[in-house]
Design a protein around this ligand. Sequence first.
Ligand SMILES: Cc1cc2nc3c(=O)[nH]c(=O)nc-3n(C[C@H](O)[C@H](O)[C@H](O)COP(=O)(O)OP(=O)(O)OC[C@H]3O[C@@H](n4cnc5c(N)ncnc54)[C@H](O)[C@@H]3O)c2cc1C
Length: 308
Amino acid sequence: MSTAVDVVVIGAGPAGLSAALNLVRARREVVLIDGGRPRNAATLASHGFLSRDGISPLELRKLGREEVAAYPGATVVDRVPVTAVERDGDVLIVRAQPRGGEAVEWRAGAVVIATGLTEVMPSLPSLRAFYGTALHSCMACDGYEYADRPIALIGETDDLAEQALLLSSWSRDLIVFTNAVGVVSAADEERLAALGVRVERRAVADIAGDRSGMTGVQLADGEVIARDGGFLRPRYATGLEYLQALAPETDAGGLLVVDAEGRTAVPGLYAAGDATPPGPQQLIVAAGAGARTASAVHRDLLRAALDG
Ligand SMILES: Cc1cc2nc3c(=O)[nH]c(=O)nc-3n(C[C@H](O)[C@H](O)[C@H](O)COP(=O)(O)OP(=O)(O)OC[C@H]3O[C@@H](n4cnc5c(N)ncnc54)[C@H](O)[C@@H]3O)c2cc1C
């Protein structure tokens, strides 16, 4: 089955929803397609989105989907992952595979990539059980709830000192766990110590806690260091293998390189949100980028129609 539309938006997080909303309002025929695996579903409350502070992330997406779907130009396809985007002359073909169903495809003059990121966490057995409730990855989103509480920063990256400095603005009762991998220089450790922040370089075995919540960080030697909760410093993956045929430019972190309005260098291919530099940000930033990209898509399609 192949359907022609003006634009396909891939990913229905805030970036894709906002792009789709603005495009249907510009009277474009738009397909908004999502694989149904939102990264922030782990959390119960999203913070910092103006007028929606504290809303559940799934509720925010549901409200957005309903707003988009209410327009006659919109087709919203949920829980169907896109498997490939290919070129056929001026047209881009988006292929998707419904679970247990027949493959589908759309042909469009423009495609907006808004598929965000996935996290690669330190490998600790109970980490996922506490992720989103006691352990978080975005300080700007969840730091406020941990003000002055005993917290951990756990990571294996080489920017832990910078992250710890930022986190200390919410709580100085902070211990940085490197899991014997993350890098904190002796000079940075001294600077952090002056703020009251300790660096723990021993290997971490697990997160300690039970159904009532996280109680600490368990080290490989058996010691448990009491902590209420804290922040992880994940690595990120983009999952953009489905764009292989178009080979868009990516930066060192695998993020899609775009101009100030969301255009990649591949004609007709645009991107917005966490899948673009600098990577993981916030809901409202992704939504803003989606709206800005929608405007570029609409203007480019108008120009192409005049020229063509
Ligand atoms: C646990 C957690 C808590 C957070 N809390 C907050 C908060 O409180 N406040 C805040 O402002 N920000 C928060 N964030 C950050 C925020 O969620 C992201 O910055 C934002 O969602 C990025 O939006 P996006 O649209 O770029 O990508 P996403 O929201 O990640 O959406 C991408 C979508 O693309 C879909 N997708 C992926 N691959 C495919 C494919 N091949 N085919 C079809 N669809 C696909 C996914 O299913 C997903 O729905 C949090 C993030 C996490 C992980």
